[in-house]
Design a protein around this ligand. Structure first.
Ligand code: MV4
Length: 452
């Protein structure tokens, strides 16, 4: 096992990783920008190295500085968390070249899944259901029009180098195709330095259901059930849960096996997530794979009783997965608490937190780096806490989440808590009656509501 791990991240995930390292008897090295000098990850780690000024490009994304920090502290492995360098194939490769274990997949696995058109072709070959669409990249509008005519409108044009909702265009009829196609290629080129696009049939109001998987060095790939991430706006998830309200044991088994096949296409190692879109008839289709630990991993931890960060570290050290059959118990829900004002279009609300009182009690977990008098820097993601509750049933989990959200007191900045309280009281949410468009098209936030 590793003796010392460097955490190439900040915020709650850096703390989350440090906590598991402590339980495993592994020493930790934090890296931080000058904006994060007072952050808890710096205080909780055994050692800390300042790697630059506030902008990510100059600090958390600066590979040479992170490698230098690992070398001067003799760290044997680097955990990248999520975001920043977590899905950077180049970073994974360079770590390997410096004999530092990247706690994540090999560069080839990241690249193969990062190129969405390639991933789609691989899924097709391995029998993972994909959304009807083009065989690989579409080079001309004429070629695209032929595919669209075959699968029928509406279609969606996606950037092969995109993902997570960036670089997509919906086309409703043939007359719009050429202009949208050209716009999509230009956008993709500007955003990703790669104009390649592919086409899929556009599914109307799908659900987003993802499967957590883990692969070891010995070829074993296991799945840990699903998370429903349909409650999101502008591609920002706000609430995640496990199990999905639409899941059945049979569908879970089918999707779990499909997810394992998806990971097998690249002999995957480490933690990964296979994202599926699910339609009204419960047909599911591969959308993309995330080759990292995700923000919402705690809901899976709560229902499976598995520490996914520990597993990541163990498989990175070469230990085999246990191959125990999956056991899921109860229901878990996560609310992402962001420093944003839901009354004004979720605009960022950085600054000093004056009061910070966390909820507690039975089966309530708060993953956060924030504390009273903490200054939320404006340079990074606005998520300041994750509130995770679990209970035997979904209804009990909703009651517990409502109770915990009402106990949470954060003053000095605006947060998403009032919005999430209203969702917990929303009949459609309570009935599991929602899809990926629900928050943007149907749910109405009332900033003056007294609902508790
Ligand atoms: C789609 C789709 C409908 N049909 N693809 C958004 C994120 C990116 N990973 C792909 N996305 C979508 N792809 C087809 N063929 C709808 C979305 C989509 C979405 C997916 C998951 C969660 C939220 C979403 C919000 C809007 C659109």
């Amino acid at each position: 096992m590793f003796k010392k791990i460097l955490i190439a991240n900040r915020g709650e995930i850096a703390l989350r990783i440090i906590r598991t390292c402590k339980e495993m008897g592994i020493k930790t090295v934090a890296v931080y920008s000058t904006a994060d000098a007072d952050s808890l990850h710096v205080r909780f780690a055994d050692e800390a190295v300042c790697i630059g000024p506030p902008p990510s490009r100059e600090s958390y994304l600066k590979i040479p500085r992170i490698l230098a920090a690992a070398e001067i502290t003799n760290a044997e492995a680097i955990h990248p968390g999520y975001g920043f360098l977590a899905e950077n194939a180049e970073f994974s490769r360079i770590c390997g070249e410096h004999n530092i274990k990247f706690i994540g997949p090999q560069p080839e696995m990241i690249s193969a899944m990062g190129d969405k058109a390639t991933a789609r072709e691989n899924m097709l070959r391995y029998g993972v259901p994909i959304i009807p669409g083009s065989d690989g990249i579409i080079k001309t509008a004429k070629e695209g029009e032929a595919v669209a005519a075959e699968i029928g409108f509406p279609v969606i044009i996606k950037a092969s180098a995109g993902g997570g909702g960036r670089g997509m265009r919906i086309v409703n009829e043939a007359s719009e195709f050429a202009s949208q196609f050209n716009a999509a290629r230009n956008e993709a080129d500007a955003a990703f330095g790669n104009p390649a696009v592919y086409i899929e049939k556009f599914l109307v109001k799908p659900r987003h259901v993802e499967i957590q998987i883990m692969g070891d060095r010995h070829g074993t790939i296991q799945h840990f059930g699903e998370r429903d991430c349909s409650m999101q706006r502008r591609h920002q998830k706000l609430i995640e849960e496990s199990p999905s309200p639409i899941m059945t044991p049979e569908l879970r088994d089918e999707m779990g096996q499909a997810a394992i096949r998806a990971a097998e296409t690249v002999h995957y190692e480490g933690a990964g997530t296979i994202e599926f879109l699910v339609d009204k008839d419960l047909n599911f289709y591969f959308m993309e794979m995330n080759t990292r630990i995700q923000v919402e991993h705690p809901v899976t931890e709560e229902v499976t009783n598995v520490d996914l960060i520990r597993l990541q570290i163990e498989v990175a050290a070469g230990l085999p997965l246990s191959r125990k059959p999956l056991k899921m118990r109860g229901h878990a829900i996560e609310c992402r608490i962001n420093a944003e004002d839901p009354q004004y279009g979720f605009r960022p609300s950085a600054g000093r937190i004056t009061t910070f009182h966390m909820p507690g009690g039975h089966s309530v977990r708060v993953d956060t780096h924030a504390y009273a008098l903490y200054n939320v820097p404006s340079n990074y993601d606005s998520m300041i806490a994750k509130l995770i509750v679990s209970a035997p049933t979904r209804n009990e989990a909703i009651s517990r989440m409502k109770r915990a959200l009402n106990e949470f007191v954060i003053e000095g900045i605006k947060t998403t808590i009032p919005y999430q309280i209203q969702i917990m009281n929303d009949p459609n949410f309570v009935n599991g009656n929602f899809d990926t468009k629900y928050l943007e098209t149907t749910f109405q936030f009332n900033p003056h509501s007294e609902s508790q």
